[in-house]
Design a protein. Structure first.
Length: 422
């Protein structure tokens, strides 16, 4: 990504003979930011294209964080690009910014479309902010996010019509188009063609739904030749249930049991419209599954393992608890006893393999302090610093647990975690 940004700046440098005066400097800065914005949107789309090398080696949660952070930068760059170009042109033409804005919108090709695209991206950026997103339904945010593709399409022709680096360079236009086309093909292949091919091959279907606790259910999904998927405990799929109300979107849910050759299980807490609707799934419902994804998988280091779960973050750790080699300790943090999922299964697994389960239940006030502090963790797990630790739960709990583990002497390379949100 960094090399691509350097190449973009080199493209501007090569096609810019000289920069003179304040207007030239402002315009030049605007042109550089415009090129970086055009490159940046391609990078953002590529990060979410579900490319196997990225998904397997970096992880979906990390890619999502990069995408979110990069989106803020790209939207800021786009806004700065527009302001600097208008300001630079106004200084050069010895006119006002308002007058020059009107000239650009009415007399320059495709600038109006690019302006609409810029406002679309700004709007998507605003609704994607944590404060705004927490106040809207996931489904609403999901649909609004699709306007990003429309914005990219609207802005593309503007780059060739008005960009100084492209107007007189066929080679630059060719390579730039190839970059956009390559990413578009990758998105269509991995987000559309590959899932449809897997659906045809494996014939995923709902076998049944089971209540696991308050607002928590497990969905059993059958299919053919599922071992070919190569799924591992700790990984997740993106599931699209083909019912009238659910077919339009896919959601990520981790496997909550070791994958079999003819059945997979996911466990979901009803926290939104989509997850709540899964309770009404009927046996035989067809399913499109994308995956497996995620780098949150079992290490074969032989050091022993500690699993640290928070809330419904137990789902991938339940699958790992049954399959991890060597001694395993599970620490399950829950606000109340009724929030514990799989208690009977976890106790049975612990008894069968000689593992240990610690249920840390209650509020901080009732427990007399931080229930997952470094001192508490060391007391629960002798030799903690010599073992691999797997953490999965809400973002706040995961961050605090990772900090506590580091304070307890666990090397960062021994801490494996996945935040239970996207």
């Amino acid at each position: 990504m960094a090399l691509g940004a350097v190449a973009v700046i080199a493209l501007w440098w090569q096609d810019t003979a000289s920069v003179r005066g304040l207007g030239g400097w402002l315009t030049g800065a605007g042109e550089i930011l415009g090129l970086l914005a055009g490159y940046g949107v391609v990078v953002l789309v590529a990060l979410m294209a579900r490319l196997p090398p990225l998904e397997r080696n970096i992880g979906s949660d990390t890619l999502a964080r990069w995408h979110s952070m990069g989106g803020r930068y790209v939207v800021s760059i786009i806004v700065a690009h527009g302001l600097l170009i208008v300001w630079g042109y106004a200084v050069t033409a010895h006119t006002s910014v308002v007058s020059e804005s009107a000239t650009l919108l009415t007399q320059y090709p495709d600038v109006l479309m690019a302006t609409v695209a810029g406002f679309l991206l700004l709007g998507v950026g605003i609704v994607s902010m944590r404060a705004a997103r927490s106040r809207m339904r996931y489904e609403t945010w999901y649909y609004l996010h699709f306007y990003t593709y429309l914005a990219i399409a609207l802005a593309f022709s503007h780059q060739f019509a008005d960009g100084a680096s492209f107007v007189n360079s066929l080679a630059a236009r060719t390579w730039w188009s190839a970059m956009y086309l390559t990413v578009a093909v990758l998105v269509l292949w991995y987000r559309v063609a590959v899932p449809l091919r897997a659906y045809r091959r494996h014939q995923f279907r709902v076998l049944g739904v089971r209540d696991e606790g308050p607002e928590v259910i497990s969905v059993y999904i059958g299919g053919s030749w599922l071992a070919e998927l190569g799924a591992e405990p700790g990984q997740f799929f993106r599931w699209r249930f083909l019912t009238r109300s659910l077919w339009w979107s896919s959601h990520p849910y981790s496997l909550s049991a070791a994958p079999g050759n003819d059945m997979l299980r996911i466990t979901v807490k009803g926290q939104g419209d989509h997850s709540s609707a899964l309770r009404s799934l009927r046996p035989g419902t067809r399913v499109i599954a994308e995956g497996p994804y995620g780098t949150f998988t079992v290490s074969r280091s032989g050091r022993g393992a500690v699993l640290l779960a928070g809330g419904v973050g137990i789902t991938p750790l339940r699958a790992m608890f049954a399959t991890l080699p060597g001694p395993v300790t599970l620490i399950y943090r829950a606000s109340s006893a009724r929030d514990i999922v799989f208690r009977d299964e976890l106790d049975a697994i612990a008894a069968a393999r000689g593992g240990t389960v610690h249920y840390v239940v209650g509020s901080r006030a009732s427990l007399g302090g931080d229930p997952l502090s470094a001192a508490v963790l060391r007391s629960l797990v002798p030799g903690l610093s010599r073992q691999d630790v797997y953490v999965c739960g809400p973002a706040g709990m995961t961050s605090a647990a990772v900090t506590a583990l580091a304070a307890a002497g666990v090397p960062r390379t021994h801490i494996h975690y996945e935040s239970f949100e996207f």
